[in-house]
Structures are given as structure tokens and as C-alpha cells.
Design a protein around this ligand. Structure first.
Ligand SMILES: [Mn+2]
Length: 333
């Protein structure tokens, strides 16, 4: 496999594509690739596209890096690079354009491969690291990474490793290399401090207040429904102690459904939310969806209660639970 920058340099116009709700790992990776590629080969036009916006945790980083996002997919795009995302399933519109214009694409990601996606990629860089930022850092000769790019990578790494809880040995080692090259740890932490807006805080508290709880063996599952911020609610539920959280919102007859697993549960069960839950839901109810083993989402044509019920059934089946083994925990006494 050729070196990442050598490969990208062989195209005249490259678009770096961020996943929906781009997080700091995605933003940091895209920024560092863009700035390194510009340094390596100024004649390549390289832009960043975030078709479904960035998440709240990324807003300070985006401001610090002063990123100029592309408005839409450039007509003249010669290569699309999926950054921190294993497939185009979550971006059906872009997927359609890629198909109709026959745009080649590359993947840089740290999640498990999605079936049927890698076959179509002209180049991929996949490693099981805690963040895509670590892959980018390892893949680029350091002379092309300026201090700001390294700062971006450190910020993404701290975010996606959940402050070094995921693969701590490797993520701490990578961070210490970045610090030696001039990144500032305190600045990275400060960029990740986000004052959530009041509507998100209300959504999290409402979502937790409405949660239904289930127990099976030593696992605790939580489900909830909310009008928006499903991912934030799901993360709150796992932060509070649920091993798995499924949160849905309804949108004229369809549901958006988001799942989160905690690390320990993921390790001990190998449950993959993308392939074991979201893909089968999409197949059953039609829609779009995908994600990572421990964080995934889907948009399906079914009411939220039905989609959540089907998700729990898929999870029980995958975990080999006997009928009745998953019991609801009363929240009234
Ligand atoms: Mn990531």
C-alpha cells in the first residue's frame, strides 16, 4: 500500500468527507490530512465536507482550526476520502452521487469494516486504534505536520479514547509523542470543554427521567425516547451505569434510533451495534444506518416503540438470552 500522502497527491482534487455529527476525532483527522497534503503538494486542491454538520463537542476545535467547510460535494471531485467512517451508509445522498458520478473513494478509519464497502474503496487505512487521529499521526511523515495539525490530532485522540480509557497503553503513548512535537495538553482539554446549550441539557435530563431499565444476567440495558439529541441521551445513560442504551426519536412516521455500549460490555460480549442491530433494523423496516461496534444509529420506517423493541430482541438473540431472561427493572419502587 502506498504512503497516504503519496497516494492522495496523485489526484488533483480531493474531498475529505466527515461523518454525520462530525466529532473531534473526525474533525482533527480531516484537518491534519488537509494541512499535511497542502504542505506535501500545494497543487492538490483539498477541501473538507461535513454534509450533516458537526457535533457540539467539536465546535471549539472547528473555531480554533478555522476550518472552511465545503458547501456541497464539488463537481470536480476526483477522490473522496471517508474520514473516521467505515462506509457511506449514513450519508445516502453522498452515496448516490458517488454511485452516479463514479467517484473513487478511500477510507481512513478505526472501526470494524462494513461488509460490501471495502471492496469498493481504492485505498484504505484501517487500524484498531482508539481514534482515527492516531492512524493519521502514524501515516504522515512528521515534517508535513505543523503544530496546529498535531494539536488537532491530540484533541481528537483525547476525545475518542474517552480520555485514555480506550486502549490506554497505545493512546497514551501516541499522545506523549504528540506532546513532544509541541501539542499542548491543557489546550486540547479546554477545546473539549463544551458548555452544552440548555436544550441539550434538558433533553439529557428528560431522556434519563423517561428511561426504561432492563436487567439480564449482570447487564443493565436502558431505553428511552426523546425529540432530539438521542446520541447525547444514550451517552448519558451509559455514563450513569447502563451497559447498553438505545434511544429513539420519532419524525413523521419514521424513527431515528441510536445505540451506545460501554467498553467493558463491548469487550466481554463482542456485540457489534452496527452489524448486529442497526443493519438488521434497516433491512427489516427499510431506511439507512450504520456506525461502529459501540456507537451506531439508524433511521427507519417504524414507530419508535417498535424499532426499540426490535432492537432489544436482536440484542437478546445475539447475547443468547433465554426467553424471559431480560427482565424490566421497575423504576417506581
Ligand atoms: Mn473516531
Amino acid at each position: 500500500m502506498p504512503d497516504l500522502l503519496d497516494f492522495l497527491s496523485s489526484y488533483g482534487r480531493v474531498v475529505l468527507l466527515c461523518h454525520p455529527n462530525a466529532d473531534p476525532d473526525c474533525i482533527g483527522s480531516a484537518y491534519a490530512i488537509q494541512s499535511a497534503l497542502r504542505a506535501r503538494n500545494p497543487s492538490v486542491a483539498v477541501s473538507i465536507l461535513a454534509p450533516d454538520g458537526v457535533n457540539a463537542a467539536s465546535s471549539k476545535l472547528v473555531e480554533y482550526l478555522n476550518i472552511d467547510f465545503e458547501e456541497s460535494l464539488d463537481e470536480a471531485c476526483e477522490l473522496l476520502v471517508l474520514v473516521d467512517m467505515p462506509s457511506l451508509d449514513q450519508l445516502p445522498e453522498v452515496k448516490g452521487l458517488v454511485g452516479s458520478r463514479r467517484i473513487p473513494y478511500a477510507i481512513i478509519d478505526h472501526h470494524t469494516e462494513e461488509p460490501g464497502c471495502l471492496g469498493g474503496a481504492v485505498y484504505s487505512r484501517l487500524m484498531r486504534t482508539s481514534s482515527t487521529c492516531e492512524i493519521v499521526y502514524r501515516s504522515i511523515p512528521k515534517k508535513y505536520l505543523d503544530r496546529r495539525a498535531i494539536q488537532a490530532l491530540l484533541t481528537g485522540l483525547i476525545y475518542d479514547s474517552r480520555r485514555f480509557l480506550v486502549q490506554p497503553n497505545a493512546s497514551i503513548k501516541a499522545a506523549s509523542k504528540m506532546l513532544r512535537r509541541g501539542a499542548d495538553f491543557a489546550l486540547a482539554l479546554e477545546m473539549l470543554l463544551n458548555e452544552q446549550d440548555i436544550s441539550e441539557r434538558i433533553a439529557r435530563l428528560k431522556g434519563v427521567a423517561r428511561a426504561k431499565l432492563y436487567r439480564a444476567r449482570d447487564w443493565i440495558f436502558a431505553t428511552s425516547s426523546i425529540g432530539a439529541f438521542e446520541a447525547s441521551v444514550a451517552r448519558s445513560l451509559t455514563d450513569l451505569g447502563a451497559d447498553l442504551a438505545i434511544v429513539a426519536s420519532s419524525e413523521d412516521g419514521t424513527s431515528r434510533i441510536t445505540g451506545r455500549l460501554n467498553e467493558r460490555f463491548q469487550r466481554s460480549t463482542s456485540l457489534n451495534l452496527a452489524s448486529c442491530v442497526m443493519h438488521p433494523l434497516v433491512e427489516r423496516f427499510s431506511g439507512t444506518g450504520g456506525g461502529h461496534p459501540s456507537a451506531a444509529s439508524a433511521k427507519v420506517s417504524a414507530p419508535p416503540e417498535e424499532a426499540v423493541g426490535a432492537a432489544l430482541a436482536l440484542i437478546s438473540e445475539k447475547l443468547g438470552l433465554k426467553p424471559g431472561e431480560m427482565k424490566e427493572i421497575s423504576t417506581r419502587d
